[in-house]
Structures are given as structure tokens and as C-alpha cells.
Ligand binder design. Structure first.
Ligand SMILES: [Zn+2]
Length: 349
């Protein structure tokens, strides 16, 4: 096993601080580098006093109002999707849609890739993060996998798929009714491409899979380790790409075609537990992506990976958490340390 190194460096800012009698203040700034991609995230001592401004709590009254105001025109409610949602051609999906329990999959009317499906996650219009039972998520992720398998059977030249979930408007969701999105394209998106390229370089240099080495390193140190569910391994990200990032790795699967029912159940269970922990911390939004290697191709350098992050909480006048630091400089701020977050999550796993 090659050693995964968790590197960081420090810098200090210096100024006379009016909040501290105009004394000379020298706040510490730690910069962490992702061991694979070099992505930087910033743990700034001074930001600890600014959390209520940077990341204000959820306004639950506003959330209820938003649910009430949007329910009547929601096409996902009351079976309205039967009339108003598109259907796939019969040769791809007999019947045009996939229904299972309370979930239903159909094409996105505004696709951003050759294959872009939407899955309604339950009949209920408005949910908080403590209201996503694992059984509902099992159905949502199972139909996602079924769709991916059918796409591959009919079109093996399109092997790059991801399973995605935006929840609530601050996370980019245009409809508050929970819905998963599956995207499939002949070439990988920017971030998956970086992950695949760097994983291959690491494999060639070290003769081992980065993701297996990372799991070993995180388990051994324990500082960011959250736990194991079936075939999956859960921990928080050392240098996160978003607020409160939680990761899962599938040590036995490098692409979605290798998944069994156990893999789907583990994803659903881990996500449901993480949502409950987020809810207890009064967080109310997220982005989730499950990455896969190319379908049907052996990729010993890669393993399936989940990234789950929070976005700004539901609040009528929220400001985006993606400003110049993230969008232009491509760094991320660490608001709650990954080590603290892991200790809170361990109680749920
Ligand atoms: Zn709805």
C-alpha cells in the first residue's frame, strides 16, 4: 500500500483589530491539499467568529411557507407527472418511464447530456432532512441503476454516468419536491475526468488504487472516519470541495454495472443517516453526486465515490456560498472542521 499524504501549509495575517482593543492580531490560516487532486481548502481561524454570517441557520417558518406556496403548481405532486412528464422511446425503456413504490423515473425535459433522467423521490412535496427513510432512497437509487443499465445495453458508447441530487433552491434545485438526476455522456464531465486521470497516474506511480489506499489511511488515522455500511466505507473529506463534505467509497466496485442490491442499500442507508445528522445540526440543503468509472470497462485505478455537501441553509435572503474563493480561485472554505463533523456523524453510523 502506498502512503496517502495529507499535506497542509500555514500562513498568518497581521492587522490591528478593532474587535480586540486595536491590538495587533495575527490569525492563523491553514491551507489543506487534497491528496489526489491538490484541491485546496482553507481553514481560517478568524472565520470561526463569522459563522452566523457565512452560514446562517435554517429559517423553518420560511421553509414551511415555501412548501405551501409551491405545492399547487408542482408537476411532481398528485400524479400530475403522468400527463406532463416526457417519456423515453420504447426501445430504451419499455413504457417510457420506470415506476417503483413512490418513485418514478422519466426524461429531463431540459437535458444537459445525451441521457439525463429525473427521479421523483416520493409523493410528498416538502421534506426536511430527517424525513428521507432509507427504503425510499433504496427505490430512488435502484431505478437510477436500472436506467443506467438499460442505457448501457442500448448504447455502450456512452459509458460515463453520475447519480446526482440537488435539494432546495440554495443547492440549485428549481423545484423543492425532492428529485434525483442521472446524467450519462460519451465523455466524462470536468471533475470526474480529473478524478479518473489522477487515479490512473497514482496507479501507475504506486502500483495501487488510490481509493483503497485512502480508505486504509482514513480508517487507520480514525480522525475523519465515520464507519462502514455493508460494502461501503464512510469518512469526511480532508480538503472538502464544499461545506461539511461526507465521502463514501465502494472498495469492490469501480463502476455502476458492478453494483449489487447491497451497494444500493448501503448508499441509501448512509445518505439517510447523514441527512439526519445534518438535520440535527439545523442544515437543510445538499448537493450529492455518486461518481462511477466508465461502464463496462475494467478500471483497477478507480472506485465508485460519493461526495455529499451542504449548501446555504434555507433562508429568505440567503447569500450564495460560492463566491470568488470557490468559483474563480477554485478553493473552498472549511466552516466546520472535517474532524469535528466526523465525530458528530460517528454517533449515527
Ligand atoms: Zn410537489
Amino acid at each position: 500500500m502506498a502512503k496517502v499524504s495529507f499535506e497542509s501549509w500555514r500562513q498568518v495575517s497581521e492587522f490591528h483589530n478593532p474587535l480586540k482593543n486595536n491590538d495587533l492580531d495575527r490569525p492563523n490560516i491553514e491551507v489543506r491539499l487534497d491528496p489526489l487532486t491538490g484541491h485546496q481548502s482553507i481553514l481560517a481561524e478568524a472565520l470561526a467568529g463569522k459563522i452566523s454570517i457565512l452560514f446562517p441557520d435554517t429559517d423553518y417558518e420560511y421553509v414551511s411557507r415555501r412548501f405551501e406556496d409551491t405545492r399547487a403548481q408542482c408537476f411532481m405532486c398528485d400524479g400530475k407527472w403522468r400527463q406532463s412528464s416526457p417519456r423515453y422511446p420504447e426501445r430504451l425503456l419499455p413504457g417510457g418511464r420506470i415506476e417503483r413504490g413512490e418513485v418514478v423515473l422519466f426524461p429531463n425535459l431540459f437535458p444537459v447530456a445525451a441521457y439525463h433522467a429525473v427521479v421523483i423521490v416520493g409523493e410528498k412535496h416538502g421534506r426536511m432532512l430527517d424525513d428521507f427513510p432509507a427504503s425510499l432512497l433504496v427505490d430512488a437509487f435502484s431505478v437510477s441503476l436500472e436506467f443506467i443499465r438499460r442505457c448501457y445495453e442500448s448504447d455502450p458508447a456512452t459509458p460515463f454516468f453520475s447519480i446526482n441530487f440537488n435539494f432546495m433552491p440554495p443547492a440549485g434545485a428549481s423545484i423543492v419536491h425532492p428529485h434525483v438526476q442521472i446524467v450519462g455522456s460519451p465523455a466524462p464531465s470536468t471533475h470526474p475526468r480529473l478524478l479518473l486521470d489522477r487515479s490512473l497516474s497514482y496507479y501507475r506511480e504506486n502500483g495501487s488504487c488510490y481509493w483503497l489506499d485512502l480508505v486504509e489511511a482514513e480508517k487507520e488515522s480514525g480522525r475523519r472516519w465515520v464507519g462502514e455500511i455493508g460494502p461501503t466505507r464512510w469518512f469526511t473529506a480532508y480538503s472538502p470541495v464544499g461545506v461539511n463534505e461526507v465521502n463514501a467509497v465502494w472498495p469492490d466496485a469501480s463502476n455502476f454495472l458492478e453494483w449489487t442490491d447491497d451497494d444500493v442499500r448501503a448508499l441509501a442507508e448512509g445518505v439517510s443517516r447523514t441527512f439526519r445528522a445534518y438535520h440535527e445540526l439545523k442544515f437543510s440543503t445538499f448537493n450529492l453526486t455518486c461518481f462511477s468509472g466508465p461502464l463496462g470497462k475494467p478500471a483497477p485505478e478507480f472506485r465508485c465515490l460519493l461526495r455529499l455537501i451542504n449548501r446555504q441553509n434555507m433562508n429568505p435572503h440567503y447569500r450564495t456560498d460560492d463566491y470568488f474563493v470557490q468559483k474563480m480561485l477554485k478553493d473552498e472554505l472549511i466552516i466546520y472542521t472535517p474532524e469535528n463533523l466526523a465525530s458528530l456523524l460517528r454517533g449515527k453510523f
